[in-house]
Design a protein around this ligand. Structure first.
Ligand SMILES: [Zn+2]
Length: 465
């Protein structure tokens, strides 16, 4: 079989303070009463006129620059005409003929560890339609549909890739990397999910589009399911129809939405209320100036300046908060920072947490490293402390006392261990090294990580004579 061909259209909600064409605020939108954050413009009332949000353009430019896109000298908005209750004026203002940016790329690593570039064909800005809530069931089984125009006019940046992915997993790698870039350049709400439409074809067959999938794990699952469906059809000798499908996450399957129309069917026309927008040099320069160091640049610098291996460097730069923590720690604890950031990442992963969700400050983390660095707490004890600190950082003093080596009578613990493990002691007397290792393990365990293996071994050998 020929590898599947997969392309993505990623929708990123820009974190401006107001909507794309009107002054309605975006703050508190998720929790607001339906239809409370609206005005004549985002409700599409006759006579209302869109006014372009400059900040949205600036953020769009940053995304284009970060993804290596060529910026247009000027751009236009267009009306995409369609009839649907989520768009009361019967057209969506988007960009079609001349988008903000074109021809960029993002490098990812495939399953074989090879680098490959996913081409970005275009980046454009558009307004989000209203949110439709299908009540009483899924899609056609719903009894009625509710429309909430709070979302209408929310600024989106759409990033369109070429069909360069060969596996669903590659899309997840790409989206994770994209998300971390968006986080770095500050154009995207960290709490918001990335949404994507994914298109896929196998064996040169028809292209099927899966609409509106939320989050990169879901994109991967939806694609895997759709590829399986297309393979089954092929095995039965049935053709794959060109169509648009919806991903129903709860049922873990795609369902048909509509036969796919082509872009031309939307009858795009230039938006007459927003004339040509010059992407003036000054505007582009301003956006470029606000560009921070990007993940791949940090990666190179960490390798060069701190000599850390590429796997760890890559893992640190994925998360901006972790990278910033590392940069502060490395100044005071150059020897311990890298390995402890690695331990931190594993601890966060184990708890399904992101650093920003914990209250762990640079201060607390460097105090922990200081305890370990000065030998007041063993490495193991430090790890155990960290496990509790990511859940509740306010317990630092209490935990430091609990895991402190000075708080423990190692001789007494060793005696107890020897008393409880008579057989191992007898084995040791016959010359078994294994028996000693076992006793060391018991002592470390009994101390709750406050004694390290080396001191345990020393103490036990002393006691055993
Ligand atoms: Zn409005």
């Amino acid at each position: 079989m020929v590898e599947p061909k997969i392309g993505l259209e990623v929708h990123v909600q820009l974190n401006t303070s107001t909507k794309l064409f009107c002054p309605c605020p975006l703050a508190g939108l998720a929790a607001a009463e339906p239809n409370s954050l609206t005005c004549p413009t985002c409700l599409g009332h006759p006579g209302s006129k869109p006014v372009l949000n400059r900040m949205a353009v600036e953020k769009g430019i940053r995304i284009a620059l970060a993804l290596g896109c060529a910026l247009q000298e000027s751009m236009y908005f267009s009306r995409k005409t369609y009839f649907y209750p989520d768009m009361s004026k019967n057209f969506q203002i988007t960009q079609y003929e001349i988008p903000l940016g074109k021809d960029g790329g993002l490098e990812i690593t495939d399953a074989q560890g090879r680098k490959k570039t996913i081409r970005i064909t275009r980046i454009h800005i558009e307004e989000d339609p209203a949110k439709l809530v299908h009540a009483g069931g899924h899609l056609e089984s719903a009894t009625h549909v509710l429309a909430d125009y709070n979302r209408s006019g929310v600024p989106l940046c759409e990033i369109v890739t070429a069909p360069d992915f060969q596996t669903p997993k590659e899309t997840r790698v790409f989206l994770q990397k994209l998300r971390s870039i968006l986080d770095y350049i500050g154009v995207f709400d960290v709490g918001a999910a990335i949404k994507a439409d994914a298109n896929v074809s196998i064996d040169g067959g028809s292209r099927v589009e899966i609409k509106n999938v939320t989050g990169f794990v879901e994109v991967e699952k939806a694609l895997a399911d759709e590829i399986m469906r297309q393979k089954w059809l092929a095995d039965d000798g049935k053709p794959v129809e060109r169509e648009t499908r919806a991903w129903v996450a709860e049922k873990r399957t795609t369902l048909p939405l509509r036969k796919k129309e082509s872009e031309e069917d939307y009858g795009y026309i230039f938006e007459p209320d927003l004339t040509r927008i010059n992407l003036a040099v000054a505007l582009v320069n301003k956006a470029a100036k606000g560009m921070p160091e990007l993940p791949h640049q940090k990666f190179e610098r960490y390798r060069r300046e701190y000599g850390i291996n590429s796997e760890l460097a890559a893992s640190i730069v994925t998360d901006l908060d972790v990278a910033l923590l590392f940069e502060q720690l490395v100044r005071s604890q150059p020897k311990l920072a890298a390995s402890w950031i690695n331990i931190l990442k594993k601890t966060l992963y184990f708890n399904g947490l992101e650093l920003r969700q914990t209250k762990l400050s640079v201060d607390t983390f460097s105090k922990l490293l200081e305890l370990v660095g000065k030998g007041r707490v063993t490495s193991r004890g430090g790890e155990l402390m960290l496990r509790e600190l990511v859940l509740d950082a306010s317990r630092f003093d209490e935990l430091a006392a609990k895991y402190s080596k000075s708080e423990i009578d190692i001789g007494k613990l060793a005696e107890e261990v020897l008393k409880d493990n008579k057989k191992a002691v007898a084995d040791y007397k016959t010359g078994s090294r294994k028996a000693l290792q076992f006793l060391v393990g018991e002592l470390v365990k009994k101390s709750g990580g406050r004694v390290d293996a080396r001191s345990a071994s020393k103490e036990l050998e002393k006691e055993l004579g």
